[in-house]
Write a protein that binds this ligand. Structure first.
Ligand code: DGY
Length: 322
């Protein structure tokens, strides 16, 4: 008998076809976000549940009685939406989809860096509003990206991919703040300098790009106090998670020009971001596009399929979180 698998959102066509062939699969045909009660019912009725990074699985959902499900095969690399300790207590395995979204997420980080540095979003709005009065030597001046210093907070796969694009493509100087030092070959390749403190990085960087996981240690890492260390000419890029930045503090810093600009792909309380961001000319705002290419989303689905296959075959899980 085919295993019962529950998919919380629509996936790309090719992986949905594979799912249908392999499993007794329930797809969320409407593609609307599901409720905690619907997740509880799924945990009770399916052998595997496959959530996305926007589906919240807190302890009270995971503690539901009479669970049939033993695996949450997450569609995404980040898993801060799942209470990992509660999953463990409830005997649930969690897997994720690392590696395949590294380049597309770093591409979006670089896109945001360029958009905020060169006032791309602002310029687009100006043209569309028919307010552009023509080229002029002093209009819409911004700052150079080439040769500037990029500070990466978090220097794992995505942080390093961003650093490679910035260093080899734009001749940027690379500094980073991370719990551990990068491998020697990475340091050599990027001429990367490790900062001992967050303050040290924030004081030096022209662009600060966030690549750390969300969690208790990084919640509001960028806040009113730490924003004060940034240069008034500096820009903040966030493609990691909204919770890493205190939205109110960032809005204030942008409004009062304590920093020059921000490029954001992720927000606290997505998709209901703080409306204050919408008023800011010096913020470039994207709708969580990091992994949003057809190739990457398909590769993420393939990863989930590989994790499910290994789980049902009783072999080692390729991307075990817990
Ligand atoms: C992830 O996989 O964690 C990303 O945020 C999805 O784009």
């Amino acid at each position: 008998m085919k295993k019962k698998v529950f998919i919380t959102r629509r996936w790309t066509e090719s992986v949905e076809t594979k799912l249908r062939n392999l499993y007794d699969v329930t797809l969320n045909e409407s593609d609307r976000p599901l409720t905690p009660d619907e997740f509880k019912v799924a945990l009770q009725n399916y052998d595997a549940v496959c959530p996305t990074v926007c589906d919240s699985f807190p302890a009270d959902v995971l503690n539901v009685e009479n669970k049939r499900c033993k695996i949450l095969a997450n569609f995404g690399v980040g898993y801060n939406h799942i209470d990992i300790a509660a999953a463990k207590e409830n005997g649930l395995i969690v897997t994720n989809t690392p590696n395949v979204l590294t380049q597309s997420t770093a591409d979006i980080a670089m896109t945001l860096l360029l958009m905020t540095a060169r006032r791309g979003a602002e310029g687009d709005r100006l043209v569309r509003a028919k307010k552009w009065t023509g080229w002029c030597p002093t209009s819409m001046l911004s700052s150079n990206v080439t040769g500037a210093t990029l500070g990466l907070i978090g220097f794992g796969r995505i942080g390093q991919a961003m650093a490679r694009k910035a260093h080899h493509g734009f001749d940027m100087n690379i500094i980073y703040f991370n719990p551990s030092a990068a491998d020697e070959y990475v340091i050599q390749d990027l001429n990367a300098k490790r900062c001992n403190t967050l303050e040290e990085l924030l004081r030096q960087a022209d662009f600060v790009s966030l690549h750390c996981p969300a969690g208790a240690n990084t919640k509001h890492l960028i806040n009113a106090e730490t924003l004060k260390f940034m240069k008034p000419t500096a820009h903040l890029i966030n493609t990691a998670r909204g919770d890493v930045v205190d939205s109110l503090a960032l809005i204030d810093a942008l409004k009062t020009k304590k920093i020059a600009g921000a490029g954001l792909d992720v927000y606290e309380n997505e998709p209901n971001l703080n409306a204050g961001f919408l008023e800011l000319e010096n913020a470039a705002l994207l709708p969580h596009l990091g992994s949003a290419t057809l190739e990457t989303r398909t590769a993420m689905g393939e990863k989930v399929l590989a994790n499910l296959a290994a789980y049902f075959a009783g072999t080692a899980l390729p991307d075990l979180v817990v």
